[in-house]
Design a protein around this ligand. Structure first.
Ligand SMILES: *Cc1c(COP(=O)(O)O)cnc(C)c1O
Length: 431
């Protein structure tokens, strides 16, 4: 499969190069040259297919011949070795739980898939790829776990000191092996700035092959389309118009859902559920795209001022705002509304959501007030114990720690404290 840069100033690349580089040389995001809908017989028979079989069929055209069929099947099997249950909340709202992976964040799927693809591409060479990631919490743990022990890949995670939860910090600082954690004296934006600067620093790029592992990387972005397929399969027999409400930050997840729709999955509409960081909500209202610095909220994985994948969403809708508006609605909610939603979900159905899922639920309700006949699935993107302080503040119940969390909580943190870019650079130069 060929990928082109959405900045259109770089040569086309194949899948491997797009995965290795992350961003195209002109700093544009890679985008598949074409998306071919799956055959009607695939949809007729979907009930008989396992999650792995569905995922393999869906991803195959994006990888092409570059990974042999059997290898790709193994990669998909290993990526998806946990459940993706759909749970009913009301008679027209369900949730798709995406938190049953090793770090209990939906980013596990993309991280596991990307790590295994890089491992395959490195099978016969000794050159090392260095994956640099800045994290506000969840990405770091998912990437650390996904890439642990993968041949030819070293991972360096930058996280803001004192600004990630205890569970999140343990998940990214206790693994060892090929995973290195740097505790940055600054904010998430400072971490991200250091990563961006490193990619443009020729002293570093001439010494190390650097790549990123956030959703700009096609191998982390595309596998997220599987979720929408699994939910479709689970709800197909209900024969209702299917709408998804996606708690969105960088808009990688929702954009992958739109790829599933292009592949032929009958998804009627998408809802981008936002917290106060609402550049897309405003855009759909005013037709003017006006990014603002991010503000801190209780659904902090969505605290993104300028979502990097929005350009891909525009490309999927031919850069036509009318076409986009007919497929996408967006709503923005405050922290107070989010807490009220957590409590409402609990009192109506006994379900304990996390703050991100609660924003998704609010998006579903807002949409249903005008479209009462739809069935809306909101995505539960993290387990509630990852945001224990917020959830236990609202829900009158002690939440049992799941085994994945218990397993890391008493391990010893290992991180190098880094004050500024110069210290970071000298650390990397000695790597
Ligand atoms: C990353 C993340 C999101 C946002 O996903 P995007 O693909 O960046 O829009 C939502 N919820 C949680 C828990 C996350 O970790």
């Amino acid at each position: 499969m060929h990928y082109y840069s959405l900045n259109k100033q770089a040569p086309d690349s194949n899948f491997e190069t797009a995965v290795r580089k992350g961003l195209a040389p002109d700093r544009g995001l890679y985008f598949p040259e074409r998306i071919t809908p799956l055959h009607a017989s695939f949809f007729d028979r979907i009930d008989e297919l396992s999650n792995s079989e569905i995922a393999f069929r869906a991803i195959q055209q994006f990888v092409g011949e570059e990974i042999p069929e059997n290898e790709l099947k193994t990669i998909v099997d290993e990526t998806l070795n946990f459940d993706f249950p759909v749970v009913g909340i009301t008679n027209n709202i369900s949730t798709l739980e995406l938190f049953h992976g090793p770090t209990m964040a939906f980013k596990d799927v993309g991280a596991r898939f990307m790590a295994r693809c890089l491992g395959y591409f490195n099978r016969n060479n000794d050159a090392e790829v260095t994956v640099l990631v800045a994290t506000s919490g969840d990405t770091g743990g998912a990437v650390a776990s996904g890439f642990l022990g993968v041949k030819g890949v070293r991972v360096v995670i930058l996280y803001p000191s004192g600004k990630v939860s205890n569970v999140q910090e343990k998940q990214l600082t206790t693994l060892g092996q090929n995973i290195t954690a740097l505790e940055i004296d600054g904010t998430f934006d400072d971490c991200q700035d250091m990563v961006k600067k490193a990619f443009l620093d020729t002293d570093l790029t001439s010494k190390l092959e650097l790549t990123s592992a956030n959703s700009i990387n096609v191998a982390r972005w595309l596998p997220q389309m599987f979720y929408f397929m699994f939910a479709y399969k689970a709800l197909k027999s209900q024969n209702k118009s299917l709408v998804f409400s996606i708690p969105s930050g960088n808009f990688g997840n929702i954009c992958a859902g739109m790829v599933a729709q292009k592949l032929g999955f009958p998804i009627a509409h998408f809802i981008a559920a936002n917290n106060a960081n609402n550049v897309v909500t405003r855009y759909l209202k005013t037709n003017s795209y006006d990014p603002q610095p991010s503000v801190q909220t209780i659904s902090n994985a969505m605290d993104v001022g300028n979502p990097s994948n929005f350009i891909r969403i525009q490309a999927l809708h031919d850069h036509n705002i009318g076409q986009l508006k007919s497929n996408l609605s967006s709503f923005s909610f405050s922290d107070d509304q989010t807490k009220t939603a957590l409590s409402e979900i609990y009192s109506t159905s006994g379900y304990i959501a996390d703050p991100h899922g609660a924003v998704g639920y609010l998006g579903a309700k807002a949409y249903l007030s005008n479209q009462p006949n739809a069935h809306v699935v909101f995505l539960e993107t993290a387990h509630p114990t990852k945001f224990l302080d917020v959830v236990e503040d609202v829900i009158p119940e002690k939440i049992e720690l799941p085994p994945q969390i218990k397993a890391v909580i008493d391990k010893e943190k290992q991180a190098t404290f880094v004050k500024n870019y110069e210290e970071f650079k000298s650390f990397m130069m000695k790597f």
